[in-house]
Ligand binder design. Structure first.
Ligand code: AMP
Ligand code: ZN
Length: 445
């Protein structure tokens, strides 16, 4: 699978991460279902935006894009996004792009304009518009566009190779095509086919990539090879803020760093951004983030509780039935175009039902291990629970407080018991009163 990666001209915002998290979920699910996945994600380190950004910072392009590339890798690690197998950088694949453009020229799909740039003649490719469903009859043939991004209504011949202009400064390559730089679209055609072959299985990106980026990728690749480029296109919908697409240019965005600095947990952010179906828009809100935090905590507490089971009666097959039911529902939902909403609903039903059995002390150690095993497999896909710390010996001062609270509770001195609970919370220790007695865990920072 090939997923259009970040344009490394700034910190990615959480709308961008919605795209990368959808792709991560898709990939993790394919792997769980036994597919061998080769994942390529490019880094757009030369295009209109990176050149402008580096000039504004008065920094060489490479130094500028390296900075944001590093930040991107830090962010995907924080969000527990699994690494791609290959992260090709556009600037390191200029020869492949030049070769592809030469093929297109030789086959009559590309021509040089008076400005010295090389354009793709969309009228030469009868299938132009098949992905974004634009009507080719309405196209202005012969009109040209040289910027990387433009609207559907402005569909026209687009730049494959941009001849150097003074505004490009020192960003250019001397090639057989002349002095210049590649257009954005040819970058992805060249890099995807280099690593995945002329026809590959899956190509992803946000819906804004459908036109012109992916439409142009198809035109370039299929004209050059004469073969089908991609079998499955999957596009995620936008993350919104108050009904409007989250985007740099609207100024309505949050970076991951913004949210981490406010004290939000990266697992909650991951959960929030991946728990709505990828083809549905949704609004980012802080209430949503709080409830995502609650959902992750519920899952984590549940797994911890399963770890703690020691003894307990047998459920007489009830746990096994619930495990089988969750496996079938979760898997069936995810197989159905990644229906994460239904998959999560079945997961929380399972948590509630097993919790009821745990309250009744009706779960044996083996059954708890079976339920915990399924939770681990599911978390290989969700990636939000992680390693749950099991109880360790309490430091003496904390232990003394827990004991004191137990005594207060026995004496029905609820006020004092609550005060101690609050004091412990301030120390990062969370208490839970369970059927098996008081349990504690460290609150995640
Ligand atoms: P860019 O760095 O601009 O090339 O974008 C990286 C990815 O984020 C692309 O797949 C975009 O389609 C996607 N994207 C951009 N804005 C949003 C948004 N508000 N919601 C979801 N995905 C987005
Ligand atoms: Zn791309």
């Amino acid at each position: 699978m090939y997923t259009c990666g970040p344009t490394v001209y700034d910190y990615a915002h959480i709308g961008n991460f919605r795209a990368f998290l959808f792709e991560d979920l898709l990939k993790r699910w394919l792997i769980q279902r036994g597919f061998k996945v080769t994942h390529v994600m490019n880094l757009t380190d030369v295009d209109d935006k990176t050149i402008k950004g580096s000039q504004k910072q008065q920094m060489p392009l490479k130094q500028f894009t390296d900075f944001y590339t590093k930040a991107f890798f830090e962010d995907i690690k924080a969000l527990n996004i699994q690494s791609a197998d290959i992260y090709p950088r556009a600037t390191e694949h200029i020869p492949e792009m030049v070769a592809l453009i030469k093929t297109l020229m030789a086959k009559g799909y590309a021509y040089r304009g008076e400005d010295g740039s090389i354009y793709y003649a969309i009228s030469k490719f009868p299938d132009y518009g098949k992905l974004s469903k634009i009507k080719t009859a309405e196209l202005k043939t012969g009109a040209r566009v040289s910027q990387d991004e433009y609207a559907k209504e402005e569909a026209q011949d687009f730049a494959l190779w941009k001849a150097w202009v003074p505004e490009d400064g020192d960003v250019y390559w001397e090639t057989e095509l002349g002095k210049g730089r590649p257009g954005w679209h040819i970058e992805c055609s060249a890099m995807s086919m280099k690593y995945l072959g002329e026809t590959f299985d899956i190509h992803c990106g946000g819906v804004d990539n459908i036109f012109p980026h992916h439409e142009n990728e198809i035109a370039q690749s299929e004209a050059a090879t004469g073969k089908k480029f991609v079998d499955y296109w999957l596009h995620n919908e936008f993350l919104l803020v108050e009904g409007k697409r989250m985007a740099k240019r609207f100024g309505n965005f949050f970076t991951l760093r913004d949210l981490l600095a406010k004290g939000y947990d990266s697992n909650a952010i991951r959960y929030l951004l991946s728990s709505t179906h990828y083809r549905q828009q949704f609004n980012f809100t802080f209430e949503g983030l709080e409830s995502a935090k609650g959902a992750v905590e519920r899952l984590r507490n549940f797994v911890r509780r399963l770890h703690d089971v020691d003894g307990g009666k047998d459920s007489k097959g009830k746990v096994a039935t619930l495990v089988a039911k969750l496996e079938a529902c979760f898997g069936g939902s995810m197989d159905n175009d990644l229906d994460i909403g239904t998959a999560l609903a079945s997961l929380f039903d399972f948590v509630r039902e097993i919790n009821n059995l745990l309250d009744a002390n009706e779960v044996s150690k083996q059954e708890a291990a079976d339920a915990g095993g399924l939770m681990m497999r599911i978390d290989e896909v969700l990636g939000v629970i992680g390693k749950v710390e099991v109880e360790e010996a309490l430091p003496a001062d904390i232990n003394a407080l827990v004991q004191k609270r137990e005594e207060a509770r026995e004496a029905k001195n609820w006020k004092e018991a609550d005060a101690i609970r609050t004091q412990l919370k301030q120390m990062g220790i969370v208490l839970e009163d369970t059927a098996q007695g008081v349990r504690w865990h460290k609150e995640k920072a």
